[in-house]
Design a protein around this ligand. Sequence first.
Ligand code: FAD
Ligand code: DLZ
Ligand code: SF4
Length: 508
Amino acid sequence: MSRLVLVLGDQLSRDLSALRKADKSEDTVVMAEVREEATYVRHHPKKIALIFAAMRKFATTLENDGWRVLYTRLDDPDNAGSIVGELLRRAEQTDAAGVISTEPGEWRLINKLNHAPIKTHILNDDRFLASHQDFEDWAEGRKALRMEYFYREMRKRTGLLMEGEEPAGGQWNFDHDNRKPAPGDIDPKGPLTFEPDNVTADVLALVEEEFGDHFGTLRPFTFATTRDEALKALGHFVEHSLPTFGDYQDAMVSGEPFMFHAILSAYINLGLLGPLEVCKAAERAYDEGNAPINAVEGFIRQIIGWREYVRGIYFLEGPDYASRNRLDQTRDLPDMYWGGDTKMACMKAAVSQTQEHAYAHHIQRLMVTGNFALLAGINPQQVAEWYLEVYADAYEWVEAPNVVGMSQFADGGVIASKPYVSSGSYINRMSDYCKGCDYSVSKKTGEGACPFNTLYWHFLDRHRERFSDNPRMGQMYSTWDRMDEDRRKTVLADGQAVLDRLDAGKIV
Ligand code: FAD
Ligand code: DLZ
Ligand code: SF4
């Protein structure tokens, strides 16, 4: 009996486990643009366009490989509107006996497939380097699941940057050489851009019509939408940005949304590029003397370390992970996250480039938009939904651990050993934003004081019971305790005034 082979929008890899398991001569590939996936959160139009264009072109690749593909476009009048609906419709058409699928990257969709009224065989997604079992084995018996130790295991397992049993360069981690603020004269090349072809142009028209009211600018659309293009984007990054990636990894500069980052996450998460080939390309640059160890090690750590680790956590912790709110934060996400007016130059820069490019780099996500939400007591599920909507690389397996765990500490410390909070001084050190801000980063209280400065202490004070025993936070609390009482009162009152303005919907 023939079967259907489901290929989801972020499973665009020819070596997908579902395709390997299936038989070209009997089975039929099903791909579908469906409203349910495009609207379960209101994804950025650029993200939807990227996925649909890449899906259409991947379907052609599969056909050229000899697969029979049943592809449903969003505007097909028979479109059932959901993945399961499309599977049932196609099963009826083809008389298929069941479905083979590679595991989706979200519990939401896994649950739907598990409850679909058609026999569905879900296979491991072995495009990742660590299976669920590998991660469980690593996590077994550990008190704390810190990424650094997982990463070392992955280095040994993959052999990346290894000289025998020893790490290349004599150290596992070169982060102390990174984290430099950017000097005034940097000239990042930015990502390689691609002109839309006819297929992409059709998708852009469709997305404009159907999802033009979602937050985000659709045009110009310059993403790679095929594996060949994504490989070119990888080559461009390795040549032009990797050598300085490490040095300025944490730096933020007005008008430079991409700095020396790879801008590859959307392609890797779609399946157009594999994590190992990306790391090998970076390793080659090191071997050939074209990129220094701090850059290459830092980059490889993001992929075989952080990327694999967050996925491991998402599946290990289970379906309730994304709904955790261990700090009981309840405030609504302010309008400034949706492009509403703000006087904070750093927030304006991070949100407006997100709106334009569906991209912000790690430190903007963590230390600007994430830091502000955490300090301001925003509900972590509203924060998580925002991140899932606005970034072209966002799927829950990677977004939730980064947001709910790393950024909002709403998992109570599964990922981070302390909350990533900082006052304005961190942003001032790592960026040029403060120079053009209505607030003064050096003002700690009073009219014009940077909101990060007052909210930082407000956060620590209101969560004192939870954090005062945390050895990594002792220093912060002793600094707070050393301030004289009047000053503490003023700081707290000023922090509260910022929160009151947010609650009243006033501009901050
Ligand atoms: P680079 O900075 O050049 O890094 C290289 C690669 O490493 C990336 O392409 C990505 O594949 C991987 N990587 C780096 N950091 C992480 C990480 N923490 N988790 C997983 N992979 C990582 N990444 C996503 O892919 N999707 C998300 O939805 C997402 N949400 C995030 C939310 C928050 C609050 C934070 C702090 C980080 C989030 N990240 C997410 C991680 C990181 O910000 C992005 O992977 C990175 O900015 C992508 O841009 P890049 O390709 O230029 O990456
Ligand atoms: C994100 C997304 C969007 C916007 N649209 C589709 C779609 O129409 N069809 C599809 O197969 N997949 C889509 N996706 C990706 C899925 O939402 C993704 O597979 C799950 O969230 C699991 O990671
Ligand atoms: Fe951001 Fe404060 Fe600097 Fe303004 S002064 S850019 S709000 S950190």
